[in-house]
Design a protein around this ligand. Structure first.
Ligand code: URA
Length: 283
C-alpha cells in the first residue's frame, strides 16, 4: 500500500493510489457530484473587515437565517468568531419551546462550520417520552448518511447494551453533543463543542428524562463540566441540573471504546445494571 509520501513523490499516482490516500486521510465520502477547487475559492474570500463591524452589532438573529447571511466562499463568517456563535447558540436554544422547534433551530443555525461539511443534521432517535436519555459525542459516517445517531458499528453495540437491561429505541432516547458529523470523524474542536453545547443542554431539558447517561469522555466532560477521564467518572452517580430540575446522571464507556477495549465490557455491565436499578427505583 503506498504511503502519503510515496503518493506525493509519484508524479502520476494511479486512481486507486489516490483513493487509498484520500481514505487514509479521512476523506471517506463525497459531498458533491462535481469536484470543487477550494484553492481557487480561497483567493475569492472577502477581507474580514465586515466581521469586525458585525461583531459590534447584535448579530444573533441573522446568524440563524442562512438566506440573510453574506456568502463567504469557504467557511461561514461565524465559524471564524466562536464567541459570537456560542452566544447565538445560547440565545437560540433557550427560545425553543419544544423538540420540533429545537430541531428547526438547528436546521437553520449557521454558527457551526461542521454543518457545511456534514450531509445532514443528526438530531436524535428513540422515544422522547423515555425516562432515560443517552448522549454520545458526534455522528460518524453511517449516522451522517442516515440522519440518526448510533446506527453504525458502535450503535449496534449500544443497541445490545440497551437490550441487556430491557431498553431499546422505543423506551430510551438517544442524541449526541454534536449533531453534525466532523469531517473524517475527527474530534470536534473545543469551540465546536461549546457552540453545540447550549443545544444539547436544551435538548436534555426538553426531553426531561429521569436518568441521563453520558457515553464516553467528551460527552461526560462537556455535560458534567469535569476534566476527569472516563476511568474516574464512570459508574458514579451525580446530579445533573437540567435548568428546571435536578436529575440523576451516570457516565459510562462509549460503545466505540468498548469495541476497541472489550475487557472493559465487564465494567460497562456494572454501569448498565446501575442504570436499570435507578430506572426501577424511579417507577
Ligand atoms: N458515536 C457517537 O458518539 N455518536 C454516534 O451517533 C455514533 C457514534
Amino acid at each position: 500500500m503506498p504511503t502519503a509520501s510515496d503518493i506525493l513523490r509519484d508524479p502520476a499516482p494511479s486512481l486507486r493510489d489516490l483513493l487509498t490516500f484520500y481514505v487514509e486521510s479521512g476523506v471517506d465520502c463525497a459531498l458533491l457530484e462535481e469536484p470543487v477547487d477550494r484553492l481557487a475559492e480561497q483567493a475569492a474570500v472577502a477581507p474580514l473587515a465586515p466581521l469586525a463591524a458585525a461583531a459590534e452589532k447584535p448579530v444573533y438573529a441573522p446568524l440563524l437565517r442562512a438566506s440573510e447571511m453574506p456568502k463567504p466562499a469557504i467557511r461561514t463568517e461565524t465559524a471564524l468568531v466562536p464567541e459570537i456563535a456560542i452566544a447565538a447558540a445560547r440565545e437560540a436554544a433557550a427560545t425553543a419551546p419544544d423538540l420540533a422547534a429545537l430541531r428547526a433551530l438547528l436546521e437553520n443555525f449557521e454558527g457551526c462550520a461542521l454543518k457545511s461539511t456534514a450531509t445532514r443534521l443528526v438530531f436524535a432517535d428513540g422515544n422522547p417520552q423515555a425516562k432515560v436519555m443517552f448522549v454520545g459525542e458526534a455522528p460518524g459516517r453511517d449516522e451522517d448518511i442516515e440522519g440518526l445517531p448510533f446506527v453504525g458499528r458502535s450503535g449496534k453495540l449500544l443497541d445490545l447494551m440497551l437490550a441487556a437491561i430491557g431498553l431499546n429505541r422505543t423506551n430510551a432516547y438517544i442524541a449526541n453533543v454534536i449533531p453534525w458529523r466532523p469531517p473524517g470523524n475527527r474530534d470536534p474542536s473545543p469551540q465546536e463543542t461549546q457552540i453545540c453545547l447550549p443545544f444539547i443542554k436544551r435538548h436534555i431539558e426538553l426531553v426531561n428524562p429521569d436518568v441521563l447517561v453520558t457515553l464516553g469522555n467528551p460527552s461526560t466532560q462537556s455535560l458534567m463540566g469535569t476534566r476527569d477521564g472516563i476511568m474516574k467518572t464512570r459508574g458514579r452517580w451525580r446530579d445533573y441540573d437540567t435548568g428546571t430540575r435536578s436529575i440523576k446522571a451516570l457516565a459510562t464507556f462509549h460503545p466505540a471504546y468498548l469495541l476497541r477495549q472489550p475487557s472493559y465490557k465487564r465494567m460497562a455491565w456494572l454501569d448498565l445494571r446501575s442504570i436499570a436499578a435507578a430506572l426501577k427505583a424511579n417507577q
